[in-house]
Every structure is written in C-alpha cells, then in structure tokens.
Design a binder for this molecule. Structure first.
Ligand SMILES: Cc1cc2nc3c(=O)[nH]c(=O)nc-3n(C[C@H](O)[C@H](O)[C@H](O)COP(=O)(O)OP(=O)(O)OC[C@H]3O[C@@H](n4cnc5c(N)ncnc54)[C@H](O)[C@@H]3O)c2cc1C
Length: 334
C-alpha cells in the first residue's frame, strides 16, 4: 500500500509518525513544498490550547486535546525527550478579565492549574486583577521537526520536496493521501474558511528565565529549551504579509519588558513572523474520496489548526489516521 503525507510542518510530520506506527507495512512518501521554513518553525511550542479552539463537537475537541497531551507526555517520559525537544514548563497568566485566566480545555488536563496567591500577585506587580499558575509542556519546534524527520527517514519514509497543485494528481500513485498543508489548503482545497492570522515574535537570549508569563494584549514571554526566549506577540487577522513590522516589534518588546522587567538586559537574536492557519468553524479533519477519472483514492484532511497546531497536532493526527484506517477497510485496501 502506498501513502502520501502532504505537508512537512508539525501536523504533517506527526501524522506520518502515527501512520508509521499503525500501518507498518505501508510505503510512505512525505511531500512538501518546504520542509525547512514552515509556520511550525516559528512557533514557541507551548501546550496551551485557547478556549476558542474547536472541532465539529465538544467531545471530539476534548479527545484531540487529551490525546495530544498524552502523546507529548509519553515523549517527556522517554529517553528521547531531549532530542525531540519536549520538556515540562510552568508559568503564570495574568489578566484584568476573569475569563482570560479560565480555560476549560486546560483545567483538569495539566497537573497544576491554580489561581495565584497574594504574594505571587505582588511579585509581578502591575496591578493585575486575576492570575493563574500552570504547569504544562513545551515542544521546541525546530528540534521536534528535526527529530520527527530523522525518525521517519530511518524507518523508510521518502522525503520529496515539491509543490502539489492538485490532490487529484496523486490519486494514481497513492491509495491514501493525508492532506496536512496548513494554510496551503486555502488554495489546494479552495477552502474559503481558511484565514491567515499573522504572528510576529522576537527571539532574545535570557537564560535566567525559567517560567513563562502571559499578560494582556497578546503579550507573552516563553523561555525555550534551546536557550532562546520568545517574546510575543501579534494576531493580525487576514494579514498574509510576512515582513517584520518595526512598530509591532517595538510594541512587543515594550509590553514584554513591562511584564518581565529583567528582559531589558536580554540580547536580541532575531525577529520572526508566521501565518497561523486559522479555519473558521474549526480544524478540518475529514475524509474525502477523490477520483481523477481512472483512479480513486481516499484523502484525509488534517488542517486549520490556527494558533494551536504544535500542541494539538498529535490529537488531530491520531484521529485522522483512525479515519484513514476506516476508509481503507471500507475499500478493502486494509
Ligand atoms: C508567532 C506564532 C507563534 C505560535 N505559537 C504557537 C504555540 O506556542 N503553540 C502552538 O501549539 N502553536 C503555535 N503557533 C501555531 C502553529 O505554528 C501552527 O498552528 C502550526 O505550525 C500549523 O502546522 P501545520 O503543519 O498545519 O502547518 P505548517 O507548519 O505551515 O506546514 C504546512 C506544510 O505544508 C506544505 N504545503 C503547503 N501547501 C502545499 C502544497 N500545495 N504542496 C506541497 N506542500 C505544501 C508547506 O510547505 C509546509 O511544509 C504559533 C504560530 C505563530 C505564527
């Protein structure tokens, strides 16, 4: 059986890892226009699913998030944790709105999710009204993507760097196609629900920071396991301009320094931008039959993760592979 995974970001590579584990005898090709510079490479990689993250149903969303957390938790507990770039991290979220410190996806999932106490409030100053302390996971995207790619190649997967113009063109060569093209699906699938949300971050060297901090107006400080700290951020809806905006950069730095004053001493390393693959109505994980006239294949879509694709990729990918197995069984290919 021949399977193509289209997309070399976190969703594509994670889907491929799960396929390799479940469909051991399949021939697996990974096809992507770009494996080295994807949106996934820009992300901070924190496991913090926003309250608005959704799938077609509440129970499926919860399953995706729980499965994703278990996937990364298993890596943290394994000897591969450091190579895969997955570690534990904890930190604070401050806000003047009670809603911003509540998160029903995260509460009950992570080992610690509690309101901050008086002395913690004083420690951060800035007269916040509400705050919470969370212990969660961090996936360092550069490391994780490299680790996943090496693991896939060692187990026989073939990497092919090329753009796909139409999924139908793959039908004659593959029994199953996993579509993990992120924002690329907007054109590839003519999916008008796909909307870019521009993000911009600053990478600084601040090795003394151990905990993450979130404040108002998309302000966050996330220390990475690679020694660099990510300062964010920006959520520019329907903007696909990847240039670094110097005004946004100055505003991000200023907000982050007010949240964590020791950052004033942090050395600037780089500015980065990326387009979050947001999908109105939620992430698309579903099967479609494609037919190019002579050949018929199953396509399983797995795209539209918005600002939560690093943390939730394993959950949607596990679900996508389950749908793929059902489709192969129905067509007697499994
Ligand atoms: C600033 C910023 C910070 C973020 N922080 C976090 C965070 O802390 N935690 C978190 O969970 N998420 C975070 N995100 C969101 C996360 O980065 C995305 O949700 C995630 O990267 C999406 O992964 P993906 O694999 O779907 O897409 P991508 O990483 O964009 O990969 C898409 C792949 O598909 C390929 N492709 C596209 N079209 C085609 C085509 N036609 N033919 C062939 N190949 C194609 C591309 O070349 C690429 O390889 C952040 C995003 C940004 C911008």
């Amino acid at each position: 059986m021949k399977i193509a995974v289209v997309g070399g970001g976190c969703v594509g590579l994670t889907t491929a890892l799960i396929i390799q584990e479940k469909l051991r005898n399949a021939h697996l090709d990974l096809i992507a226009e770009n494996f080295e510079q994807t949106t996934s490479h820009v992300a901070a990689g924190i496991f913090r699913v926003g309250a608005a993250y959704s799938s077609p149903s509440e129970s499926i969303t919860r399953k995706w998030i729980t499965d994703a957390y278990s996937f990364y938790e298993a890596i943290v507990k394994s000897r591969e944790a450091s190579e895969a770039g997955v570690s534990r991290i904890s930190g604070y979220i401050f806000s003047n709105s009670h809603d911003n410190v509540k998160n029903e996806w995260m509460e009950g999932l992570v080992p610690i999710y509690r309101r901050v106490n008086e002395s913690e409030m004083i420690m951060f100053g800035d007269n916040w009204k509400y705050g919470c302390f969370i212990s969660t996971l961090l996936t360092q995207p550069n490391q994780y993507l490299k680790w996943a790619k090496n693991k896939l190649i060692q187990s026989g997967a073939i990497l092919i760097t090329k753009p796909i113009i139409s999924l139908k063109e793959l039908a004659k060569d593959y029994d199953l196609i996993m579509n993990c093209t992120g924002l690329g699906a907007k054109i590839l699938c003519q999916d008008r629900k796909m909307i870019p949300i521009k993000g911009q971050v600053i990478k600084v060297r601040a090795p003394w920071l151990r905990t993450f901090s979130y404040g108002e107006i998309n302000t966050y400080v996330i220390p990475g396991s690679d020694g660099l700290t990510t300062l964010g951020g920006l959520r520019d809806f329907e903007s696909s301009d990847l240039t670094v905006c110097p005004y946004q950069a100055a505003a991000i730095r200023d907000r982050c320094e007010r949240l964590v004053p020791s950052l004033k001493k942090a050395e600037l390393v780089a500015h980065k931008t990326g387009l979050r693959p947001h999908r109105e109505g939620g992430v698309r994980v579903e099967v479609e039959k494609i037919n190019d006239g002579s050949y018929c294949s199953a396509v399983v879509h797995n795209y539209g993760h918005g600002g939560y694709g690093i943390c939730t990729a394993p959950g949607t990918s596990k679900y996508a592979v389950e749908l793929a197995e059902d489709a192969l069984r129905t067509s007697s290919k499994l």
